[in-house]
Design a protein around this ligand. Structure first.
Ligand code: NAP
Length: 502
């Protein structure tokens, strides 16, 4: 153990007990091991130590879970539940999560490497809020009445309307960067609309989803409505995507995997939402308030250790203020307190795994090999944990790998620009289109430039701010469809038109 390893004796009793327990999946309301009996390891990335094992589901387990979800979708105790009753179940689930918030935060922090406060805010508190927000939608799903003419039937009268029906069985697959948060983003609209689901969390971070399974039972959600399986993407995930009885795939993860899933979904005419990678630009104009732009740009990349799909990983700064901003952001990077997530002083924890550490370092080394300058950080921290120093890189050009590919780690490239129209073109010149931020006091420039930025979400004088009521999704290779807000309801319902002759 190094001093960068979590001290697991500081864990609360509830989290310690759960970590020590035998982990099982949730299928059809029963707690199950994988048919094969196989398990996969779960690590604490601050120490690299194995802290448990969870079932490694295969195709037969996926099949059992889909059968359970289908049966629940068609069973009266879910299909005929009134919206108010669905709302109440969701509110109960939210209350249970809130009551157990400290335990969930500790589990998430230990398993994902992120700080306790971060895990509390983004995995737990926001999930409680989202369950409550989406619970409200359960009673507000409606269609429209439509006045129709049917001129070829002049002697007839009609009454026409649309309804929104639940789409059916959803396959939800999530990444490891905000594990519980991502799971709840998937589960909440499922519950609000009356769908059912099979959820697979990322192999690295399955603990909070499995603990959440207990709350699902405690809240009284009918058996089979939510099924949670754990396993590898290439086996369990692929079996979910290919399963013929899935109606919709809801995937959050890398563009590479998402592209393959999109192809399978299209071939089988499955509904599909894909929330994928990003390489989001942060553009600081000449007149920006640097008091907020410098820490804002640092937070844009170093928040969640850069393991954030809309991380502001490319910083474009007007050449007149370039040196000042570069120095300011580099100073913040050098002074971030790196340490284990359970240490309350920690500002940045380890990356999720050794594999991710290696991947991030390979990008930093590629930049160095191409002649870039490391202004801050640039190294992995030796030891069993998967730490990478917060890193700021200059002397890059737009075509370098480090400027084009998503790193998903605490690595920022900083580039000067002199012309605003030119910088917008450069900001758009990657395959991604998730987020983009503009830092300026000039409202005319805001309105002139924002429509030109190819991104699903744009910010002014802030970055990474998401809200439950605001749609979130990407364009180009960053994805298809959107989560959060009423959009999530629309993506989990199918519109049906009805025409009645009266
Ligand atoms: P990933 O490798 O694509 O994995 C995401 C999920 O897909 C995991 O559960 C994974 O299982 C599973 N998976 C892997 N191969 C699969 C296959 N062939 N079929 C079905 N499922 C499969 O992504 P990641 O490394 O976990 O997460 C990082 C990525 O997520 C980044 O690109 C980031 O930008 C993106 N992300 C996007 C958003 C957004 O809202 N746009 C939000 C967060 C993260 P395993 O765990 O076993 O690999």
């Amino acid at each position: 153990m190094s001093n960068l390893s979590n001290d697991l004796s500081t864990l609360g009793q509830a989290a310690a007990n759960f970590i020590a327990s035998k982990h099982r999946m949730l299928i059809g309301g029963e707690r199950e091991f994988a048919d094969s009996g196989e398990t996969l390891p779960v690590y604490d990335p601050s120490s690299g130590e194995e802290i448990g094992r969870v079932p490694s589901a295969g195709a037969s387990d996926v099949d059992r879970a889909v059968i359970a979800a289908r049966a629940a979708f068609e069973r009266d105790d879910w299909a005929n539940l009134t919206p108010v009753k669905r709302e109440r179940l969701m509110l109960k689930l939210a209350d249970l999560l809130e009551i157990n918030a400290q335990e969930f935060s500790e589990l998430e922090s230990v398993n994902s490497g992120r700080g306790l406060v971060n895990a509390r805010l983004f995995d737990v508190d926001l999930s409680v809020d989202y369950l409550r927000y989406m619970a409200g939608w359960a009673t507000k799903i409606h269609g429209k009445t439509v006045g129709i003419s049917a001129p070829y039937m002049p002697d007839s009268n009609f009454f026409a309307y649309t309804t929104r029906e639940p789409i059916g069985v959803v396959a939800a697959i999530t990444p490891w960067n905000v594990p519980l948060g991502q799971a709840i983003w998937k589960l909440s609209p499922v519950l609000a609309t009356g769908c059912t689901v099979v959820l697979k969390p990322a192999e690295q971070t399955p603990l909070t989803a499995l603990r959440f399974a207990d709350l699902i039972e405690e809240a009284g959600i009918p058996k089979g409505v939510i099924n949670i399986i754990t396993g590898y993407g290439y086996s369990a995930g692929a079996a979910m995507v290919e399963h013929p009885d899935i109606d919709k795939i809801s995937f959050t993860g890398s563009t590479e995997i998402g592209k393959g899933i999109g192809v399978v979904a299209a071939q089988n005419f499955k509904k599909c939402t894909l929330e994928l990678g990003g390489k989001s630009p942060v553009i600081v104009l000449e007149d920006a308030d640097l008091q907020s732009a410098i820490p804002g740009a640092a937070w844009a990349i170093f928040g969640n250790h850069g393991q954030n799909c809309c991380a502001g990983s490319r910083l474009f700064v007007h050449h007149t203020i370039y040196e000042k901003v570069l120095e300011g952001v580099a100073d913040i990077a050098k002074n971030l307190k790196v340490g284990p997530g359970l240490d309350p002083e920690t500002e940045m924890g380890p990356l999720v795994s050794k594999k991710q550490q290696k991947r991030v370092m390979s990008y930093i080394n590629s930049a160095l090999a191409q002649g870039a300058t490391i202004v801050a950080g640039g190294e992995a921290i030796e030891g069993p944990g998967s730490y990478v120093q917060p890193t700021v890189i200059s002397d890059v050009d737009d075509s370098m790998t480090v400027c084009q590919e998503e790193i998903f780690g605490p690595v920022l490239v900083v580039m000067p620009f002199s012309d605003v129209d030119e910088v917008v073109k450069r900001a758009n010149a990657t395959k991604y289109g998730l987020g983009a931020s503009l830092w300026t006091k000039n409202i005319s420039q805001v309105h002139r430039l924002l429509p030109k930025l190819k991104a699903g979400i744009t910010w002014v004088n802030t970055h990474n701010v998401l809200d439950l009521a605001v749609p979130f999704g990407g364009v180009k290779d960053s994805g298809v469809g959107a989560e959060l807000s009423e959009e999530a309801i629309n993506h989990h319902t199918q519109i049906k038109s009805t025409i009645i002759q009266i």
